[in-house]
Design a protein around this ligand. Structure first.
Ligand code: NAD
Length: 459
């Protein structure tokens, strides 16, 4: 059996590396139009940072795992074709800023229709709106070759930062297919791939539409939990309650559970916002405006939380940050990834730059070039400095903002950092990461999301 995966991104690369590692009998070709990305996958400096990924790739690469730009050849040679291309939010036309932009999916479907010479199993790995498989089937059927391809839905539930562990021991694998003999046989073929390492009872099979929709719903529920606890964080600050204590108190209720109850500066990542917006758009499309409005609020709460944090910095620093050096620790949307898509740090930094602050940013894994692209600035911009350590970023700063929960930030020498900062020295902990009691003993003034506001801060 041969597998090809179109799209060598955060999902395609790690997912296929795991399949190759677990299925030595299967050859896996990962292809992408982006030659630079493919070159990076073939180098010692992989384009995706994930704990454990380097070893996984190095051990399989050149044996049964190959990265190349030969998209058409890989399609011809494959029995199973995973489609793992990006499905960003549309930025123009009908459904702008809500609907998924499906041009990459369509382009792949057309290429498969054009070059396939034998029937294929085509697997939607990308997150797509419910009923996209129908569109793919229509495009494939428009080819005059008369081949009967099968389209399956197999959404990916990995979380960036723990992708390798998630792929190694997934909570579940979800496979949706047509409820026809051909569809069910294709589902069984894909089940046999995952069964190399995933217990059979963890491989769920459903109809196509349930599988497609479940991915959007899973992300919507996860994002909703974060927005829910973030909404409560604001109330805690006003009332003297502590959001971490509230989260612990409610999380021990087995009906609620403890996960995803950590309040923060807001969720980021390429998926949550885009998938909730996609769900909102679908609800509107299917004539369910009340359902759409319900989920839209999850996004609005998240946007508010990001801006609320930046505003808190501004108000605390005597209503002006113009010309003040502000250290930003962390730019990735979460720890253990170099991914910055929709990172809360982007919005907080932009708000502060709007107020003409002078930022010094440090992130252990994100490149300067990426941060410049995200902020829409030139690397030589006079208002932003890119530091090579947290200490360097903090030097001479009025305030230090923790925007990503990197472990290394817990271990910093805050005594030395305090000495190097302008007084009063502020820490705004957007991740409830640090030991606030100790910081206050050193002399810092501390704001942390969802903690009772100290008396020396504006209400
Ligand atoms: N990132 C995540 O954590 C995550 C988790 C679960 C699901 N997903 C979903 O998986 C999909 C991929 O996400 P990602 O983060 O890997 O995206 P990505 O942008 O990192 O990678 C997508 C890749 O597809 C390539 N591509 C686009 N069109 C192509 C074509 N016609 N032929 C060949 N290559 C093409 C791009 O060059 C890019 O390298 C999205 O639908 C996303 O919603 C992502």
């Amino acid at each position: 059996m041969r597998i090809c995966c179109i799209g060598a991104g955060y999902v395609g690369g790690p997912t296929m590396a795991m399949i190759a590692a677990k299925c030595p009998d299967i050859r896996v070709d990962v292809v992408d139009l982006n030659a630079e990305r493919i070159a990076a996958w073939n180098s010692a400096d992989l384009p995706v940072y994930e704990p454990g990924l380097d070893d996984l790739v190095v051990n399989a690469r050149g044996k049964n795992l190959f990265f190349s730009t030969e998209v058409k050849q890989a399609i011809r040679d494959a029995d199973i074709i995973f489609v793992s291309v990006n499905t960003p939010t549309k930025t123009f036309g009908v459904g702008a800023h809500k609907a998924a932009d499906l041009r990459f999916i369509e382009s792949v479907a057309r290429t498969i229709a054009e070059v396939a010479e034998t029937p294929k199993i085509i697997v939607e790995k990308s997150t797509i709106p419910v009923r996209t498989a129908e569109a793919i089937q229509t495009i494939l059927a428009s080819s005059e070759k008369g081949l009967k391809h099968q389209v399956l839905s197999n959404p990916e539930f990995l979380a960036e930062g723990t992708a390798v562990a998630d792929l190694n021991a997934p909570d579940r694998i979800l496979i949706g297919g047509e409820q026809t003999p051909g569809g069910l046989a294709a589902v069984e073929t894909l089940v046999s791939v995952y069964a190399h390492w995933v217990p059979r009872e963890r491989i769920l099979t459903t109809n196509l539409w349930s599988s497609e929709l479940s991915k959007l719903v899973a992300n919507a529920f996860l994002a909703q939990r974060i927005s829910s606890i973030n909404s409560i964080s604001a109330l805690c600050e006003k009332t003297g309650a502590d959001v971490d204590e509230v989260a612990r108190a409610i999380g021990t209720d087995s009906r609620i559970g403890p996960k995803f109850l950590k309040s923060s500066v807001g969720f980021g990542g390429s998926c949550f916002q885009k998938d909730v917006l996609n769900l909102v758009y679908l609800c509107g499309h299917f004539g369910l405006p009340e359902v759409a409005a319900y989920w839209q609020q999850v996004i609005e709460m998240n946007d508010w939380q990001k801006h609320r944090f930046a505003e808190r910095v501004l108000r605390t620093l005597f209503n002006t940050v113009t010309g003040k050096r502000i250290a930003v620790l962390g730019f990735a949307f979460k720890k253990d990834t170099n991914d910055t898509r929709e990172s809360a740090a982007i919005y907080v930094c932009q708000d502060l730059l709007e107020e003409r602050a002078s930022l010094s940013i440090y992130d252990p894994k994100v490149t300067t070039a990426q941060m410049c692209t995200d902020l829409g600035i030139d690397p030589a911009s006079p208002n932003v400095e890119f530091a090579t350590s947290a200490e360097q970023a903090a030097q001479g700063a009025h305030a230090l903002l923790v925007l990503t929960e990197w472990d290394e930030f817990r271990k910093l020498d805050f005594d030395a950092i305090y000495k190097s900062m302008v007084k009063p020295a502020w820490i705004f902990d957007g991740r409830s990461l640090l030991d606030h009691k100790k910081l206050r003993e050193i002399g810092f003034k501390v704001y942390s999301i969802g903690k009772p506001l100290p008396t020396d801060q504006p209400a």
